[in-house]
Design a protein around this ligand. Structure first.
Ligand SMILES: Cc1ncc(C[n+]2csc(CCOP(=O)(O)OP(=O)(O)O)c2C)c(N)n1
Length: 619
């Protein structure tokens, strides 16, 4: 059978275990071949091939609801629900999403991208199901990484109290993106490794006899003895919350999983099935990866595992920041770094290698990380909170309540700000300026290049108040500056054209050099301004722009609402400046996935289109 011919998962009902095992091999080969061309989430998907087959064999999607946490590990689900043929366009503009999308398939019953929402989703669906007096199964699938997120515990608390029927699959591979962290993950490790079945026989019986499903399991125990042979114990984490726990079971053993799921699916009340999988299973490079390099990949050569570079020769923006942090940490022993589970993505390994005691991976716990940073700052430390723009949204209240309200000197490194491309609507970092700007005490800045980044980071640690420094995905030319300098807070820099001055373009980040080069090359009479501070604004410069009575273009590839032009318009209005503003940014929409270049075009923000607008205005 060709994977491309699959229409829905019903075909699994007719398959023998052996055939399903062959299908698993076929899917793995397909995933490696396909993701090597498009890029995407590889390791997590290789790990859940058998698990996803078993779930689709036992449950009847879409009547039964399979809810994948995050959704980055749902490629196998996509294949089994008829989307293999679309994988050539995975994560590309107008192609298949890298996450689940209701618009793509009736089998995608929940959309995510951010972690730890699946249990709340499951409970919401279970409450609605019961109110409607309907009968179907609800199966959230949550990783041990996603279980480091606080939301999961808020949901478990209520799940344990409401006792709605659902089967929670804990997909435990001991990895978040990198090695998982935290005490709870250690607890899973103990469950996995230290309680062999033979020492627990009595305990197993006792536990099983307590529950309806357990009693039915005991009745059929002879038949199912082989799958209990491994290990089965009661975990206090879940059972203390009133949620039955079974496991751990081997997540690559189709026969065992199918039998356990079939037995447990009619369990009264919520039940957790602890499934142990190997992240990256079946592909050497992924299996051996402990740092998370293979979690999400760009196109690569499947034979060598080497990335296929697309001429991007710079240094990653996150690496520019890490290099500078290492340098600053040498001079300032109070400097500490916090990351909510993004050690690999934010390229912090070099800091960890240099200062292992001064970096803390908090797990997928952005809220906690932000408050932790506030407390560290209030205790005399100088924390750098490294956080992706889109995940920072989770920590808004903590940044407001704990960091900004108290004016705690936390440097917030906003990684992946701006459009991020292929990860799409859940991941674009386009809201942070708009949501952070109203917070009193906070300085917000973005460097135009790696040199300015070093000076701005140095400047950030000189302030006795919170400072947010944005930097995007992608890379820039990097050379370590000799002398770090403090940049005056609230200053902008203007680049005048040799050809005169008939308009201004205000922009920030990577776009400053791009637009400046274009204007100078065309010899247009336009001054380009690097608005490196969103807050405070360069007030004197705004006055001087107003005096000149020339058109002022604001080019901001982030949300218009609350962004740079909003800030300028507020100032303009409050001070009667009378600026002639024309603004270009993202309107009232969630931006889809695709390359950043395609997305800019889609939004009418590509350079060519913008230049045409400027030309029109200049006449
Ligand atoms: C709120 C939030 N923070 C960070 C991330 C980035 N992220 C995506 S997947 C992942 C690790 C998930 O680990 P786990 O749930 O164990 O799944 P696995 O990939 O190991 O199967 C992280 C940190 C995210 N998606 N959402």
């Amino acid at each position: 059978m060709e994977l491309q011919d699959i229409v829905n998962p019903l075909f699994l009902q007719k398959m023998s275990i052996k055939e399903m095992e062959q299908l698993a091999d076929q899917i793995r080969a397909f995933l490696i071949a396909s993701v090597s061309k498009t890029g995407g989430h590889l390791s997590s998907n290789l790990g859940v091939v058998e698990l996803t087959i078993a779930l689709h064999r036992v449950f009847h999607s879409p009547q039964d609801k399979l809810i994948f946490d995050v959704g980055h590990q749902a490629y196998v689900h996509k294949i089994l629900t008829g989307r293999a043929k679309d994988f050539k366009n995975l994560r590309q503009y107008k192609g298949l999403s890298g996450f689940l999308k209701k618009s793509e398939s009736e089998h995608d019953v929940w959309e995510a991208g951010h972690s730890s929402t699946s249990l709340s989703a499951a409970l919401g669906m279970a409450i609605a199901r019961d109110l409607n007096d309907e009968k179907y199964h609800i199966v959230p699938i949550i990783g041990d990484g996603a279980l480091t997120g606080g939301m999961a515990y808020e949901a478990l608390d209520q799940i344990g109290s409401l006792k709605k029927n659902m089967m929670i699959i804990l997909n435990d591979n001991d990895m978040s993106i990198s090695r998982n962290v935290g005490a709870i993950s250690k607890g899973f490790e103990q469950l996995r490794e230290s309680r062999p079945y033979h020492s627990l026989k009595g305990e197993v019986k006792a536990i099983l006899s307590k529950t309806k499903v357990g009693r039915s399991m005991l009745t059929g125990l002879r038949g199912v003895r082989d799958f209990f042979k491994d290990k089965i114990i009661q975990s206090s984490l879940f059972s203390d919350l009133g949620i039955e726990y079974f496991g751990p079971i081997d997540g690559h053993d189709l026969r065992k999983m199918i039998r356990i799921f079939s037995l447990a699916k009619d369990h009264e009340g919520p039940v957790v099935i602890h499934v142990v999988t190997k992240k990256g299973k079946g592909y050497r490079f992924c299996e051996e990866d402990t740092t998370g390099q293979w979690h999400g990949v760009s196109p690569f050569d499947p034979a060598t595992g080497k990335p296929i570079k697309k001429g991007d020769t710079g240094v990653a923006w996150s690496q520019v920041i890490t290099n500078t942090l290492v340098r600053l940490a040498k001079q300032n022993e109070e400097l500490v770094v916090l990351t909510p589970a993004m050690m690999a993505g934010s390229k912090l390994q070099m800091f960890a290698d240099n200062y292992p005691k001064r970096i803390f991976d908090c797990g997928i716990a952005e809220e906690h990380a932000a408050t932790l940073a506030a407390a560290l700052a209030q205790s005399g430390k100088r924390p750098f909170l490294s956080i992706y723009s889109s995940f920072l949204q989770r920590a808004y209240d903590q940044i407001n309540h704990d960091i900004c309200r108290t004016s705690s000197p936390v440097v917030i490194g906003i990684d992946r700000s701006g459009l991020v491309g292929e990860d799409g609507d859940t991941h674009h970092g386009v809201f942070d300026v708009g949501i952070l700007r109203p917070l009193p005490n906070l300085i917000i800045a973005q460097p135009k290049d790696a040199t300015e980044a070093q000076h701005l980071l140095f400047t950030a640690f000189k302030q006795d108040k919170p400072f947010a420094l944005r930097y995007p995905r992608g890379s820039r030319y990097f050379a370590e500056v000799k002398q770090l300098m403090e940049i005056p807070v609230g200053s902008w820099e203007a680049y005048e054209s040799q050809s005169g001055e008939k308009a201004f373009i205000l922009t920030y980040g990577d776009d400053v050099d791009v637009i400046k080069t274009e204007i100078f090359h065309r010899e247009w009479p336009v001054t380009v301004v690097n608005c490196r501070f969103f807050k405070p604004l360069a007030e004197a410069m705004l006055y001087s722009l107003a005096e000149k009575q020339l058109p002022v273009f604001v080019y901001e590839p982030d949300m218009l609402a609350g962004g740079l032009s909003s800030a300028i318009m507020e100032y303009d209005n409050d001070h009667n400046l009378g600026l002639h503003l024309l603004r270009y940014g993202i309107g009232d929409e969630y931006v889809t996935h695709g390359s950043v270049a395609q997305l800019r075009k889609h939004l009418g923000l590509d350079l060519k289109h913008f230049m045409e607008q400027v030309k029109k205005e200049l006449g």
